[in-house]
Design a protein around this ligand. Structure first.
Ligand code: DGJ
Length: 729
């Protein structure tokens, strides 16, 4: 036995040394290759990044085929161009000179992690460039681990996660932009000379405006189902910066990482700074192909409970806003249970003893139930939900306080604010942010969830909100010479709290909400099940927002609710069928006072919920194919999900414009088996309308994909929509 252990140890050493002398490193998945020139003592350079290439081609390329682009360019010496890493040593020297010192690989059940160690020629400074290549999905995550053993701290001034080059040509970038109430808007633009910067500087949330995910169409104008596409998502919850730099070389360069603006960091001797992962994918099946890669990776590895079906819920916010009371909650629970829902979520307004939460001007931080509103407390609500056969969920905003709160009276030093400045107050004129760089604050934020879950273990769902931007920059916890670290330390604190919550409550469903869609980000999804796409629930505008969001996020993450008409944000009057048909393309829920709905609207929602449950697995776990974009102005938007085995699909067609004598395009499906026959059944049939004209008929996948079907114009109905189920015979 002793002998065997010794032999294994020798083998491991030998393997280590083989890896250490490797010159060409090939990191790959089924369809992606990243090939690196990793000659010992030389800078680490790209040979290839993108489509999967064969080992034979890799061998023939050798180091000769190197793109010459450095993988992780550093500032200051021998590099006059762009850089991913810049530091200041304590002797004032601002340069690095990094070369390959070793390569190692570690294999687990689901991935291979390759680690290439770079060392500085003079200073004891080290960077590990890491790649995690998944075995079951087409995604490679890359990040760096930066450390040193210099006597004094080293200041990190820029610290990107990765640099990704790709050849110049007719290259387009698709990314998302928006604002509150209009999140996830798709932007598509050609890459020209110069720099395109996509960044966030909010401090707390990071996806209201720009998003940290991009797609790069390599061979001309972006197409949904054809063409070569690189995709990249920076998995970080805080400020980020993605720079596309095009200068006089043959390559565009994407530099992606934590936003270094006003965020330098002192790294102590022995401390390791791990940069966030940049997830990279490639597809030759267009943007939808890249989306399918993102979605499969997300469900398998990057979101909480990615393989667990999501419940149909009613959230109380747009139904009653702050007007919480026991009878009202019970009524809403009864109504959603009657409609076939499975969960009720009590939103804002339930807490505050000394300062009851009547509106948004007070009480954040005081997570004690308001007994005047809820005499039987949370237990009463949990019991009421159980009696109705549904689950109970609750809203909190744990990173925040109001200056009008018991918490603030006790711990004014816990808030983020610049010293010598007035307190910057946000929502309600009194909201402030708790300083998560402070371990005591981390304990407190953890305790909010922990107390709720310890006292009421039947709580099944938490809506975690965050409604403020850092607008007075300063930590009362960090020392004077570390103030520049607040943005980053806040998010390290946030991650530490989330880790603790997930370690103790692995089964809890948690929604990330941040004034709507401020936290649609892979930086937070490993701890969260879903996000609130937007505070704007207008069905027509949601088509555009959810279309964009679907580029990167699977439907199970997109909370999508049927709300009232006229809509509370846009005042648009939209029939309930259309509202439901749009909501049914994401994680279906309701955001409405059921008591105010007409009998026929309730009937329609019952149908929508029952039908959604019937195809829930297809919608929540299926492959997405976007067919006709609302952004193309054709008057119709259409997309579908189909199962991996192509036995079932759900197709959505929504009219986006309404004109006399309007002609709508034919809808050609995708993702079906051309040789199988599919029977069409309409879902969420209109209570008082005519069924789809091809109801009950069967067509081949070939016909459906290459000839296509018609969307009825809808007569006088401006908001006409159809949802069809296609089931293979
Ligand atoms: C902002 C969120 O986006 C809304 O959904 C709602 O939860 C409110 N906060 C509650 O104050």
């Amino acid at each position: 036995m002793k002998h065997l252990v010794k032999t294994l140890a020798v083998l491991a050493l030998m393997l280590g040394s083989v890896m250490a002398s490797a010159q060409v490193v090939h990191v790959s998945t089924d369809n992606i290759s990243i090939v690196l020139d990793a000659r010992q003592g030389q800078p680490l350079r790209y040979i290839h990044a993108g489509k999967r290439i064969s080992d034979r081609d890799v061998a023939n390329l050798g180091t000769f085929g190197a793109m010459r682009s450095e993988v992780y360019p550093v500032f200051g010496h021998g590099n006059t161009g762009n850089y991913a890493l810049a530091v200041r040593h304590q002797d004032g020297n601002m340069t690095l000179q990094m070369t390959v010192a070793g390569v190692s690989k570690e294999e687990s059940n689901d991935a291979v992690v390759t680690r290439i160690t770079l060392k500085d020629g003079f200073y004891p400074f080290k960077v590990d460039v890491c790649y995690r290549a998944y075995k079951d999905v087409d995604m490679i995550e890359t990040w760096t681990e930066i450390s040193h053993s210099e006597k004094k701290g080293v200041d990190l001034l820029r610290f990107d996660s990765a640099h990704l080059p790709f050849h110049v040509g007719d290259v387009w970038v698709s990314h998302l932009y928006g604002t509150w109430g209009d999140e996830g808007r798709l932007v598509q633009e050609p890459l020209n000379r110069g720099t395109l910067t996509i960044e966030n500087r909010d401090g707390v949330r990071n996806s209201h405006t720009a998003h940290a995910e991009v797609m790069i169409s390599l061979d001309g104008k972006p197409q949904e189902n054809t063409g070569a596409v690189l995709g990249a998502a920076l998995c970080y919850s805080g400020n980020y910066e993605l720079d596309f730099i095009t200068n006089d070389s043959d390559y565009h360069s994407l530099f992606a990482g934590i936003n270094p603006k006003t965020s330098s960091l002192r790294l102590a001797n022995g401390e390791v700074f791990k940069t966030p992962e940049l997830a990279i994918t490639y597809s030759d099946q267009g943007l939808s192909g890249a989306s399918r890669n993102f979605h499969s990776w997300a469900r398998a590895h990057k979101i909480a409970h990615g393989n667990v079906p999501r419940r149909v819920l009613l959230n109380s916010w747009e139904g009653v806003y702050f007007d919480i009371n026991e009878a009202g909650m019970a009524q809403m629970m009864s109504d959603i249970a009657d409609m076939g829902g499975e969960l009720f979520v009590m939103d804002d307004g339930w807490f505050g003893e000394k300062y009851p939460r009547k509106d948004d001007t007070s009480s954040l931080g005081d997570w004690k139930v308001d007994r005047n509103k809820l005499p039987h407390g949370i237990q009463g609500l949990v019991d009421a939900a159980r009696e109705r056969g549904i689950k109970f969920g609750i809203w909190i905003e744990p990173e925040m306080a109001n200056t009008v709160s018991e918490l603030y009276e006790k711990h004014p030093d816990w808030i983020i604010n610049a010293s010598n400045r007035d307190i910057a107050k946000g929502r309600g004129g009194s909201q402030v942010i708790l300083d998560l760089s402070n371990p005591k604050v981390q304990d407190y934020v953890f305790s909010i969830v922990d107390d709720l879950m310890t006292n009421y273990p039947d709580i099944a769902y938490i809506k975690w909100d965050a409604n403020m931007t850092i607008s007075s920059y300063g930590s009362q916890y960090l020392p004077a010479d570390r103030q520049s670290e607040l943005y980053i330390r806040y998010h390290q604190g946030f991650a530490a709290v989330c880790d603790r919550i997930r370690a103790k409550y692995p089964d809890l469903t948690i929604q990330a909400c941040a004034s709507g869609g401020g936290r649609a980000s892979y930086g937070i999804m490993p701890w969260f099940d879903e996000f609130w796409v937007s505070d704007n629930t207008d069905a027509l505008q949601r088509i555009y927002m959810q279309w964009g969001t679907s580029y990167f996020f699977p439907s199970i993450t997109m909370a999508s609710h049927i709300s009232a008409s006229p809509n509370h944000q846009t005042q648009r009057v939209v029939p309930v069928k259309f509202r439901a048909d749009v909501a049914m393309s994401g994680r279906l829920g309701m955001e409405i006072q059921p008591r105010d709905m007409s009998e026929s609207d309730i009937q329609q929602c019952k149908i929508a919920i029952a039908d959604y449950k019937m195809v829930r697995d297809v919608v929540q776990f299926g492959d997405i194919y976007r067919l006709i974009s609302p952004y193309d102005g054709k008057g119709l938007a259409s997309m579908m999900y189909s199962t991996q085995d192509k036995s079932e699909a759900v197709l959505y067609m929504w009219k986006t414009e309404h004109f006399q004598d309007q002609r709508l395009p034919k809808v050609k499906l995708a993702g079906l088996d051309p040789d199988r026959l599919y029977t069409i059944t309409e879902l969420n049939k209109a209570v008082n309308g005519r069924p789809y004209m091809l109801e009950g008929k069967s067509f081949s996948g070939d016909f459906l994909m290459n000839v296509g079907i018609d969307m009825p114009q809808g007569g006088t109905n401006a908001y006409h929509s159809r949802v069809l189920r296609l089931k293979a015979e």
